[in-house]
Design a protein around this ligand. Structure first.
Ligand code: MIC
Ligand code: SF4
Length: 644
């Protein structure tokens, strides 16, 4: 029987399990990446596991998120990551080298290999034919130590792209169309594979824009074949050796397939506050714009930037618009400078930022009250920009640049001739900001600043779990609701006690106080709970506040794994209508919790007593045998150390 692209990579890396949809498998990770906002915790956990040197083929520690240094905290964390990387055999990508996903695909990604990253957009490297998966920091720490990564064998979902894009229609518009079709939960437990004659026209950076935003579908990952386009990109990056061809077998079997005729697409936009709230740009044309941000790991490649520069050349940014541009990497920045394109951006009035995540994660450039902000990012979740009342719209770089000039949303197809930019034959190669770890690191001292505080570690599961319902939430709660991140909070990613005071506050400002007053308890939520980031802080902060279990209609993949890794019970309503019967502060009891959790992998429902309402309801705990064992130990760290 023929195999899909990802089935081939999984087969070649399989450590345990059977490649049968829904069953637990584990795979060997060739590479890992971390970034700074999840990295501090991942390395603290790696140190706690106690392995002397990473066992992967390549591990890279990036600094790209916490770049504003308005106090000692971020700089201290950068130093900690730099020294811990040197100590344990990890390459260190200095601040200024660029956003992890952009740099990784340029300099390190290898078709056919596996990559685990402590960032949900790690699938960006699927654009180069890599099986690249986002995970919580602890899972990445385990992979760095040579442990396999466990996941549920996903369904295979094929998107066949046919035809050619019309002028002004871009890769961003393709993935926005996919989001419109599939929704933010449409990719859960699936790997999305792209195929079809339309692929030949899509460069690696364009493919990477598409795989990057597969994270917004909730997909395990997304992947393109490795073909002549991939080879051309690797040659231009001076890395032809990394090339191997890879494609699905002609008789590969997909669980689902859809077809998109590229020639029928138009420029698209995701309206506030969800990436799947997608319409054609023409439908909101004329909307006045206050801010335009171009960059982020989705659209910060050289070709994106050169197109923007060509649109801006010789013109001036509208007087009511603040245009900010953050190139994705030092390579991109350097090439913009040496080609003169940077001068065109500056002359037009763009505010140039260093190559980092910046506005995408609210690290500066928060827009004004009630602003309309057009961004090339991948996420427009509520309050993520740092201004809760702002309305963020996600668009292509072309649509963004044109709006910066006209001052309102403008359908690019009405704007004249589209710039045509080819990929260069040769990128500027200079890896001088990637610091190699020493062969002998015995003399390296790991430097820990005062901002690094002990993180909570759960205790073994007790027999009777009792607690109040601390909050009741709607569908599609994101990790930006659970553990908000912005310029004020990101510096505390290594200080969980501090962060816990902000847990879930965008949804319910009193949550932290209520949780503390009741000695912890349960979170109740709707469908797709925990979508978005890989930040395990969205599990660690609730743990700090004493949360014992989360009962929802359904979970997002990475967040559910993070809850298990921290010993918090993830449960789903057997009958979703029971959600309506629970009120905040109802007392819930889970008797014989250890026994019930041990039996959950067999599919046996768990009984929850609502003592306040005097009723009992059933929940499922959709876990594997191994995950049950982790929960019994009180989390993955205890499990790894005790091996029970
Ligand atoms: C994001 O885009 O939400 C982030 C910030 O990159 C996160 C990681 C984090 O929360 O530190 C992600 O995507 O995983
Ligand atoms: Fe950074 Fe934004 Fe990409 Fe997350 S989505 S890695 S914050 S650029």
């Amino acid at each position: 029987m023929g195999l899909t692209i990802s089935q081939k990579i999984i087969r070649d890396h399989l450590v345990s399990g059977e490649m049968k949809v829904g069953s637990e498998i584990s795979i060997r990770m060739d590479q890992t990446l971390t970034q700074d906002s999840t990295g501090t915790m991942a390395y603290l956990q790696f140190e706690a596991i106690g392995i002397p040197r990473v066992k992967t083929k390549l591990s890279v520690a990036y600094i790209d998120h916490n770049m504003l240094q308005s106090g000692f905290e971020n700089a201290d964390d950068h130093k900690y990551i730099q020294t811990v990387a040197a100590k344990y055999g990890i390459r260190f990508s200095k601040p200024g080298n660029g956003v992890c996903h952009q740099v990784h695909i340029e300099r390190f990604g290898i078709p056919g290999q596996t990559l685990l990253g402590s960032d949900s957009h790690t699938p960006t490297c699927g654009g180069i034919g890599m099986l690249a998966i986002g995970a919580g920091g602890l899972d990445v720490a385990v992979a760095m130590g040579g442990g396999p990564y466990f996941l549920e064998m996903p369904k295979m979902y094929r998107i066949e792209l046919t035809g050619r894009l019309r002028p002004w229609v871009t890769a961003k518009d393709i993935i926005l169309e996919v989001l419109r079709i599939m929704s933010v939960k449409g990719g859960v437990k699936k790997i999305i594979e792209y195929s079809g004659d339309g692929l030949a026209e899509l460069s690696v950076p364009e493919r990477a824009t598409i795989t990057n935003m597969g994270a917004e579908l909730g997909a395990t990952t997304s992947i393109f074949p490795s073909d002549d386009v991939t080879r051309a990109f690797l040659i231009a990056q001076g890395r032809e050796d990394a090339y191997t061809p890879l494609d699905a077998d002609p008789d590969a079997i997909y669980d689902e397939s859809i077809q998109i005729d590229l020639s029928t697409l138009s420029p698209m936009v995701a309206k506030p506050h969800m990436p799947d709230n997608v319409v054609k740009v023409s439908e909101i044309a004329g909307l006045k714009v206050d801010q335009v941000c171009i960059g982020s790991c989705t659209n910060s490649s050289l070709m994106d930037m050169l197109k923007v520069a060509a649109i801006l050349k010789g013109k001036t940014v509208h007087e009511d618009v603040s245009l900010v541009i953050a190139p994705g990497s030092k390579q991109v920045f350097n090439m913009l400078a040496s080609s003169g394109a940077l001068a065109d951006m500056i002359a037009a009035g763009a505010r140039i930022l260093e190559c980092s995540c910046g506005p995408c994660i609210g690290m500066g450039q928060s827009p004004k009250t009630d602003a309309v902000s057009l961004r090339t990012n991948n996420r427009n979740f509520y309050a993520r920009s740092g201004t809760a009342s702002a309305n963020i719209y996600l668009v292509s770089p072309e649509t963004a640049a044109i709006a910066a000039l006209t001052g309102c949303v403008t359908d690019p197809v009405t704007f004249g001739k589209a710039p045509e930019i080819d990929m260069p034959d040769r990128f500027l190669i200079n890896d001088n900001l990637v610091i190699l770890p020493p062969e002998d690191s015995s003399s390296v001292e790991v430097v820990r600043g005062p901002n690094i505080k002990a993180f909570p570690i759960n205790t073994r599961l007790v027999d009777t779990l009792v607690g109040k319902t601390l909050v009741k939430l709607e569908d599609n709660i994101t990790t930006d609701h659970i553990m908000p991140s912005n310029a004020k909070l990101l510096p505390y990613r290594s200080n969980i006690p501090y962060l816990a005071d902000y847990c879930l506050t965008p949804s319910d400002p009193d949550f932290p106080e209520r949780a503390k007053a009741n000695g912890g308890g349960f979170i109740i939520g709707g469908a797709n709970y925990g979508q978005g980031s890989s930040r395990e802080h969205a599990a660690l902060a609730p743990l700090q506040l004493g949360v014992k279990g989360v009962i929802v209609k359904s979970f997002a993949r990475i967040h559910m794994a993070n809850l298990i890794n921290n010993g918090i019970l993830p449960m789903t309503f057997s009958n979703p209508d029971d959600y309506d019967k629970i009120s905040v502060l109802d007392e819930l009891i889970l008797e014989d919790a250890r026994k019930q959790i041990s039996m959950a992998p067999g599919g046996l429902p768990i009984k929850v007593i609502n003592r306040t309402k005097e009723l009992t309801f059933e929940v499922n705990c959709p876990i594997s045998e191994r995950q049950a064992a982790i929960l019994l130990c009180g989390g993955l760290l205890n499990f790894t150390r005790q091996g029970t």
